[in-house]
Design a protein. Structure first.
Lengths: 372, 63
């Protein structure tokens, strides 16, 4: 039952995170773009060359090397991440935001600041890194076990009751018991999906490592013996992007991973393309381009484990169907909080009753409460 | 409708409504993933089912 406490923490920190975008937008001023509505991921005329954008980013961070370049489908905004070394950890990275239609810098994304960031960190790993993440993943597994046992108990409990029964005037315990059962059974599908996708999200690091060691290694086999490509010899990004687009025509890039980073080999620009339909938009296909010569090396769709990770993110955070979906997400999250609180109350209330008394309570639909 | 059925119910009648709600909300979760526009509206309707069921029970089935 300790796990209830952690699950409550997850539900409560998760609540504001649902409205992450809206809260961020409220606190920041709205930006005026040079070409509003043109995605920076497209190759529309008028968008500045990628090499030009990279030069601006590096001019602002002298001595640093490029790590990531990420694009937007809805606006010409884009981010460029730099750091002191190609394999710099997240804490040393600087993310700059640009308007690709004007070349203007829109600001720096300060990493590791703000309430929302604090909540996200607490929600993801409780500031404990990978062990914290896997621990919360284990809590998620226990959550699905608890859901299953709840469904198993629901059947004998409801045998003499109709769906939706709420006996609020007899005893406090009976009232909370009925609420616990009703909320639990109606939110069951949603809780199962959010629970399981949450567990998959905690496996992000192992999944990405697996992709690197299996898929990426196989795609860049002929480069295995070569040393890392020094940043001074990185070639044109625009040429690389043109080659990548030729290999995967009709698709737009989501981001570029630079050599030596977590998402590329030590010798390639990895251009991650989105699928061309809304369903496949989240399923990425990397095209590896030799960063020195700009020639195409390989492209291969992500394996099933990365695909399930990509689909788990929206299904966990609920940020994929507009504001009404987020509001429903928040209500169901509140339901889950109530289920956890009532569950805790019911458990604490009759902890010392005999197992037989508990069985009687379930079988009579709560009419016979166990004697404390 | 009374809050107490005359006799013991089978699994089918116990889980009939919960099953419908679960199917609706699962379809809702997938619908918004497959695209925008009307698919989003379907997902709002489907995921509203569990919330409305609770509202209905609080009005009709409270005793």
């Amino acid at each position: 039952m300790i796990c209830t406490v952690f699950l409550l923490m997850l539900c409560i920190t998760g609540l504001p995170l649902i409205f992450h975008d809206e809260i961020d937008r409220l606190s920041g001023e709205t930006t005026q773009f040079g070409m509003p509505g043109i995605g920076s991921s497209s190759n529309a005329p008028g968008l500045l060359p990628l090499d030009d954008m990279m030069a601006r980013a590096l001019a602002a961070r002298p001595g640093e090397v490029p790590l990531f370049m990420a694009f937007d489908n809805a606006q010409p905004s884009m981010t460029i991440t730099t750091g002191p070394r190609p394999d710099a950890p997240g804490s040393q990275m600087t993310i700059q935001l640009f308007d690709r239609s004007t070349g203007k810098a829109l600001g720096q994304e300060a990493d590791g600041e703000g309430v929302m960031h604090f909540l996200l960190q607490l929600h993801t790993d409780m500031f404990l890194g990978l062990p914290g993440m896997l621990f919360l993943g284990a809590m998620g597994v226990l959550f699905t076990v608890a859901l299953t046992s709840g469904v198993v108990l629901y059947a004998p409990f409801m045998r003499r009751l109709v769906f939706g029964t709420l006996r609020t005037s007899r005893s406090l315990r009976l009232k909370w018991l009925d609420y616990h059962n009703l909320l639990g059974i109606v939110a069951l599908a949603w809780m199962t999906v959010v629970g399981i996708t949450g567990v998959i999200n905690t496996l992000e690091d192992p999944i990405n490592k697996l992709w690197r060691s299996r898929e990426l290694a196989a795609m860049t086999r002929e480069y295995a013996g070569k040393g890392a490509l020094p940043p001074a010899r990185y070639g044109s990004l625009d040429k690389a992007m043109a080659e990548a687009r030729k290999a995967l025509p009709g698709n737009n890039p989501q981001f570029i991973g630079f050599p030596g980073g977590r998402f590329s080999s030590s010798h390639h620009y990895a251009v991650f393309f989105q699928g061309d339909t809304p369903l496949t938009e989240r399923l990425l296909t990397p095209a590896l381009i030799d960063a020195e010569t700009g020639t195409f090396t390989a492209a291969r769709a992500m394996p099933w484990y990365n695909k399930s990770l990509s689909l788990s993110r929206p299904l966990h955070f609920g940020d994929y169907g507009g504001l009404p979906l987020k509001i429903l997400w928040a209500i169901l999250d509140l339901f889950t909080i109530l289920i956890l609180v009532t569950g805790l109350y019911l458990w604490i209330g009759k902890r010392r009753a005999s197992p037989a008394a508990h069985v009687r309570e379930v079988e009579t639909g709560g009419v016979v409460a166990p004697a404390g | 409708m009374s809050t107490r059925p005359p006799k013991r119910q089978g699994l089918g009648s116990i889980f009939a409504v919960p099953l419908v709600i679960s199917v609706l909300s699962s379809l809702a979760l997938v619908a918004a993933l497959t695209g925008d526009g009307w698919r989003d509206v379907i997902s709002w309707a489907g995921l509203a089912a569990p919330v409305m069921a609770v509202g209905w029970a609080m009005r009709v089935r409270r005793s």
